[in-house]
Every structure is written in structure tokens, then in C-alpha cells.
Design a protein around this ligand. Sequence first.
Ligand code: NAD
Length: 296
Amino acid sequence: HMTSIAFIGLGNMGGPMAANLTKAGHRVMGFDLSEVSRDHAKADGVAIAASAPAAVAEADVVITMLPAGKHVISVWSEILPSVKAGALVIDCSTIDVDSARQAHAMAAEKGLMSLDAPVSGGVGGAKGATLTFMAGGSSEAFAKAEPILAQMGKRVVHCGEAGAGQAAKICNNMILGVSMIGVAEAFVLAEKLGLSHQALYDVASTSSGQCWSLTTYCPVPGPVPTSPANNDYKPGFAAALMLKDLKLSQDAARSAGAATPMGAEAEKLYGLFNDAGHEGVDFSGIINFLRERAPA
Ligand code: NAD
């Protein structure tokens, strides 16, 4: 049934997500600081409000999709006084766990339900409504959010209490960053040993080295024809976003007191890769950077 939804942050992800909610028949009132983002969303049927507080005034569900924790805290501080009693506030941005928990506490102080619900699936998933949502918050908030999130994605997982969605997202992406470097190193070593890419792939993809970085995002062209390596390492998942998520997992590890030495090394290597001017390259392109490095 039709719900009145406010959507703040209409960028590469938020724009198409808000558009999918209008297509599903909801009344969507949007806002973004950027005129370009506002115009794109308007063309997709999203009504545009004059400010973020104006956008949320009538909404039963409020969604934010912003760059980082400081933007979420700032926008939530601005909008929470205008959100209706009984409404639900959902943040879908990828942010640090501490800010996510702070946002939940701010909502609770106003007596509002809240959810952290970051996504995976990228811009393609946002456009095609095939995102995966990982949510943290009360069962009551999750039950209210689930049917709405399901209209922007294909999977909605309740991970636990406040912050659990962000925790799941950064733990998953830490595995991804570490495993991509591991797979890339194996191909670089294979090259030096005279072992062909295809032979390593045929063995590892059916052995204990099997993982997503190998069998879906294979960092050399050939074995997996749809991987970005076959398309000049165009993203896909840009190295800048991989670095952002690795910084978040290291921040969380420091804050929570967890030992993540491989995560720390992955953050360092993706930092060097970004600094060398490859922020816009797919993260699997780190293989080319490793190939050029002097042996350890
Ligand atoms: P983006 O930069 O394209 O969009 C962010 C939007 O927020 C911009 O349009 C910006 O103008 C707006 N904004 C910033 N501050 C604002 C404010 N105070 N009020 C109103 N609007 C404001 O970023 P994106 O690619 O859409 O990513 C959004 C979030 O989703 C990030 O946290 C990102 O890490 C996460 N994410 C992105 C991808 C991806 O592939 N792009 C995938 C998964 C998760």
C-alpha cells in the first residue's frame, strides 16, 4: 500500500533508489544539496522539497543516503525535530559503527524508531532494485521497514540491534579487500612461476582457494569473462570505495579492540593504490599495482 516517504541524499545510489519507490506507487518527497541530483530525481518522478526538514514533515518513513557519518549526524540533527511522531527513520549510507549508534540514540531521544540499513550491490543494484540490505535496530523497526526496503532490493537481512547492519557491511567488505589482494598475489606469483592464469583458476576455483574475488571478480582477464579485468578494470566497485570501507573496518577494530592485521595491511595497500591515482579503477586492478612492486 502507499506510504508517504521522505528521501534525503539523491546521489548515485539515493537517486535511483528513490525513483524505485515512486515506481512502486509511494509518495516520495526528496531533498539533496546538489541541484544536479535534485533535477535527476525530479525527472524520475520524485517531488522535491525546499529543505530537508520540509521533506520529512509529512513522512511515515524517512530514508537518508549520504556520503559519511558526519553527514548523517548533521542531517538527522536537522530533520529529527520535524519528523512526525510514530515515523521510522532509516539510514542506508555506509558509515562508521559509532556514528550509526549515535544516530539511533538521537532518534530514540525523540521517541522515534530507527534502523541502520547499509546496502551492497552498487549503482547497478540501486537502479535494478536488486540491492541487499543489512539492517540493525529493533524488531519493530525492522518489521515496518522490510516491505519498503524490499521494493529497492532483492534481500533484506535483520542483522541485530543498533549498528549491526553497519557491522555486517564492514566485516563483509574487509573479507572482500583481503581476499582480492590474496587472489591477486596468487596470480602474480603464478606468472613468475610460469603457471598459466587458466590453470591456476581451474585448480583454485574448485579447491580450497575458492572465493568470490576469484570466481566472480577474477582480477586477470580470461577465466571469468564478466569480471572487470576483461573491461580494462572499469568499475564495478571503485578502489576509492574499497578504501573507504577498509578505513571504516579499521576504525571499528580500533574502537572495539579487535586485532585485524590483514585488514590493516589491506587498508595500507589500497591507500597506496589510491594515492597512485587509481581511485576510479575497479578494486581488482590492484593486481597491476602488485605486479610492479618490488618483492617483499
Ligand atoms: P553520492 O556522493 O553520489 O551521493 C551522496 C549525495 O548526498 C550527494 O548527492 C550529496 O549532494 C548529498 N548530500 C551530502 N550532504 C547532504 C546534506 N547535508 N543534505 C542533503 N544532501 C546531502 O554517493 P553514493 O554513491 O550515492 O553513496 C551514498 C552512500 O552509499 C555512501 O555512504 C556509500 O559508501 C554507500 N554505497 C555506495 C555504493 C556505490 O557503489 N556507489 C555502494 C554501496 C554503498
